[in-house]
Design a protein around this ligand. Structure first.
Ligand code: PEP
Ligand code: MG
Length: 583
C-alpha cells in the first residue's frame, strides 16, 4: 500500500474534490547556452524574430478558440501576452544581447526576461507580483518555439481529474476549464490572485496553490483529495480519510444544490424587510456563477484588473468592450462599475514601476485618476459609451472629500458633452456614487450624500484606515476586526447619513459576505450587500430566516459591549445558537 502524504498550501478556490491525478509536465523548459561566432549574429536575430511570429500566431489561434462566450477574459490575457512579445524594448534588448554578447537567442530571451521579472519581485501587492509568471510563460513559449518543441498540446483530461502542475499558464488554465472536466487544480506556485486561482474561483472548481514542492511527489493516477477552503491536499489518503473527504464533498454538494435552488427566491426577512444581494467581480467570466448563485446585480466591478496584465494602459475601445461585455451579460440588472483603483506601487508609469514610501496613503484611486486625466477620460468616455448596453452605475473609489467628488463628476460631464458633440450614442443618465472607505468620507457622509447618488461602504479599506493597520501586513493582521466598536459606529453613521439624504447605501467590502455578520449588517440598515458568488446563498438563507426585531435586538446588545473580543464572542455565540445546526 502507498503511504499517505499531505501538503498544506493556499486555499485559492473553495470546495472539496477527490480524483485521480492528471500531472501536467510543466518542468522548466531547457535553455541551451551557446556562444556564437560574430558572423552568426544576424541569422540568430532572424531566428529570434521568426520565433516571435510563430508564438504570435499560436496565441492568436488560441485566442480565437477561446473567444466564444464567457472565455473572453482569457482572450484578453492572451492578447496581453502578444503585446509583451511585440514590446519594442524587449525585441531591441534581446537582439542587442545576441549581437553584442554573441549569445544564442534562447539564452538572450531568458536573460532579458529574468531582468524584467526582478522588477516585479519587490512589489508589495500580491496581485502584481503574481504577474511576473506571465513573463515566464511568454519566455517559455518563445524558447520552446526556438527549440522546435511542441506547444499548446491539447490535453485529454479524464472527467473529474485532479490537475497537478508546477504552474499552469493562463492558456492552459483557460483551455482546461473550458473542457469542464477538471475536478480540482493543485499547483506548486501561485497565490490567491494567480491566474489559476482566479479562473478556478470563477468556475467554482476547487483549487490549492502555492504548495511549494508538491507536483514532483504526485504521480499520474495517484488518488488525490483536495480541500480548497483549507488549502489541504492528501495524496493516496487512507480509506478512513477518503470516507471523511467524500462525506464533506457530499455535504457541500448538497448545500450547493440547495443554495442554487434558493437562487430565485427573494432576499427578504420573515417580517418582509427586503435587501438586495449583489456580486463582486474582477472578470466578466465570473458572471455565470454569480447569476447561478442568485446575484441580483453587480455591486462592485474592480476595473483595475482589466488595466493590468499588460505593458500599456487599455485604450478607450478596450475599456468599452470590457464594460459592454459585462453589461450585456447582466441584461437589465444593475451593474456598478468602479473607476480605476490603481495606486502607489501598483502603477506602471512609463514602463517603470514607481515606489511610494507609504502607498496605501499615497497617490491612489481617485487621486491618481484626477492627476492622470488622459487615462481617466479614456475610462469615463468608455463608460458613457457602454451605458447604452445595460443598467450602469458608476462609482469613484477612495473619495476623501467633496472636492474630489465634484472634480470627478465634472470630468464625467465634460466627457459626456464631448461625446454628445461628436454624435456618439450614450444611454440615459446613470447614477454616480462613491465608495465610502476613508474615515474622512465617513464623517462628512451627510455632505457627500448631497452630491452622490449612492454610497457603497468599502470595509476592507475603511477598517484599514480607521484602525490604522496595513491590510497587507501579517504582523498586525490580528488587529483587523470588523466588529470593532469604532467600525460598527462608523457604518451606522454612514447609513444614517445616506438614509437622511434618501440615497441607497450598499456594502461591498469583505464584511458584506461574512455570514456571521449578516444579522448585524441587516440591523445597521444597509440596502444592498455585495460579495463573491459563493457567499450569496448562505447570506440569503440567514436573511430569509430572521426578523428585523431580532436583528435590532442583537445589534443593540452588541453595541453595549466595548472590546472587539467581547462583541465577537457575543455575536458568535448568538449566531451558533441560531444557525450551528445548519452548518
Ligand atoms: C474595500 O476597500 O472594501 C473594497 C471593496 O475595495 P478594495 O478591496 O478593492 O480596495
Ligand atoms: Mg477599497
Amino acid at each position: 500500500m502507498t503511504a499517505t502524504v499531505s501538503f498544506q498550501g493556499i486555499g485559492a478556490s473553495p470546495g472539496v474534490a477527490v480524483g485521480h491525478a492528471f500531472v501536467i509536465d510543466s518542468r522548466k523548459v531547457r535553455t541551451p547556452k551557446v556562444k556564437l561566432k560574430p558572423v552568426e549574429a544576424e541569422s540568430e536575430v532572424m531566428r529570434f524574430k521568426t520565433a516571435i511570429s510563430l508564438s504570435d500566431a499560436q496565441l492568436e489561434e488560441l485566442k480565437v478558440k477561446l473567444s466564444t462566450g464567457a472565455e473572453n477574459e482569457h482572450a484578453l490575457i492572451l492578447e496581453a501576452h502578444r503585446m509583451m512579445l511585440h514590446d519594442p524594448m524587449f525585441i531591441v534588448e534581446v537582439s542587442r544581447l545576441i549581437k553584442e554578447e554573441s549569445i544564442n537567442a534562447e539564452w538572450a530571451v531568458r536573460r532579458v526576461c529574468r531582468r524584467l521579472r526582478h522588477q516585479f519581485d519587490n512589489l508589495e501587492d500580491e496581485y502584481f507580483r503574481e504577474r511576473k509568471s506571465d513573463i515566464e510563460f511568454v519566455a517559455d513559449r518563445l524558447v520552446r518555439n526556438l527549440l522546435g518543441e511542441v506547444v499548446d498540446q491539447e490535453l485529454e483530461v479524464p472527467l473529474g481529474a485532479i490537475v497537478v502542475a508546477h504552474d499552469i499558464s493562463p492558456a492552459d488554465a483557460a483551455m482546461l476549464v473550458k473542457t469542464g472536466r477538471v475536478g480540482a487544480f493543485v499547483t506548486d506556485l501561485g497565490g490567491q490572485t494567480s491566474h489559476t486561482a482566479i479562473v478556478a474561483r470563477a468556475r467554482d472548481v476547487p483549487a490549492v496553490v502555492g504548495l511549494g514542492k508538491c507536483a514532483d511527489s504526485i504521480r499520474a493516477g495517484d488518488t488525490v483529495a483536495v480541500d480548497g477552503r483549507r488549502g489541504m491536499v492528501l495524496v493516496n489518503p487512507s480509506e478512513e480519510q477518503l470516507a471523511l473527504f467524500r462525506e464533506t464533498m457530499r455535504r457541500q454538494l448538497a448545500t450547493e444544490a440547495l443554495a442554487l435552488k434558493t437562487a430565485e427566491l427573494p432576499s427578504v426577512t420573515i417580517d418582509g424587510h427586503s435587501v438586495r444581494l449583489h456580486g463582486n467581480i474582477e472578470f466578466v467570466d465570473e458572471i455565470p456563477s454569480l447569476l447561478a448563485h442568485g446575484a441580483e446585480g453587480i455591486g462592485l466591478y474592480r476595473t483595475e484588473f482589466l488595466f493590468l496584465d499588460r505593458p500599456a494602459p487599455p485604450t478607450e475601445e478596450e475599456h468599452y468592450q470590457a464594460y459592454r461585455a459585462v453589461l450585456e451579460a447582466m441584461g437589465n440588472r444593475p451593474v456598478t462599475i468602479r473607476t480605476l483603483d490603481l495606486g502607489g506601487d501598483k502603477i506602471p508609469s512609463s514602463k517603470k514601476w514607481e515606489k511610494e514610501i507609504n502607498p496605501a496613503l499615497g497617490l491612489r484611486a481617485i487621486r491618481y485618476c484626477l492627476q492622470n486625466r488622459e487615462m481617466f477620460r479614456a475610462q469615463l468616455r468608455a463608460l458613457l459609451r457602454a451605458s447604452v448596453h445595460g443598467n450602469l452605475r458608476v462609482m469613484f473609489p477612495m473619495v476623501s472629500g467633496v472636492s474630489e467628488l465634484r472634480e470627478a463628476r465634472s470630468e464625467l460631464e465634460a466627457c459626456r458633452s464631448e461625446l454628445s458633440r461628436q454624435g456618439v450614442p450614450m444611454g440615459r443618465r446613470f447614477q454616480v456614487g462613491i465608495m465610502v472607505e476613508t474615515p474622512s468620507a465617513a464623517w462628512i457622509a451627510d455632505r457627500l450624500a448631497q452630491e452622490a447618488d449612492f454610497f457603497s461602504i468599502g470595509t476592507n479599506d475603511l477598517i484599514q484606515y480607521s484602525l490604522a493597520i496595513d491590510r497587507q501586513n501579517r504582523d498586525v493582521a490580528y488587529l483587523y476586526r470588523p466588529l470593532h466598536l469604532s467600525i460598527l459606529r462608523m457604518v451606522q453613521h454612514i447609513v444614517e447619513a445616506g438614509k437622511r439624504a434618501g440615497i441607497p447605501v450598499s456594502m461591498c467590502g469583505e464584511m458584506a459576505g461574512d455570514s456571521s455578520l449578516t444579522l448585524v449588517l441587516l440591523a445597521l440598515g444597509l440596502d444592498e450587500f455585495s460579495m463573491t458568488s459563493g457567499q450569496i446563498p448562505v447570506v440569503k438563507r440567514i436573511i430569509r430566516s430572521v426578523g428585523m426585531n431580532e436583528a435590532h435586538d442583537l445589534l443593540n446588545k452588541a453595541m453595549q459591549l466595548t472590546t472587539a473580543e467581547e462583541i465577537e464572542r457575543f455575536i458568535k455565540s448568538e449566531m451558533d445558537r441560531r444557525f450551528a445546526a445548519e452548518g
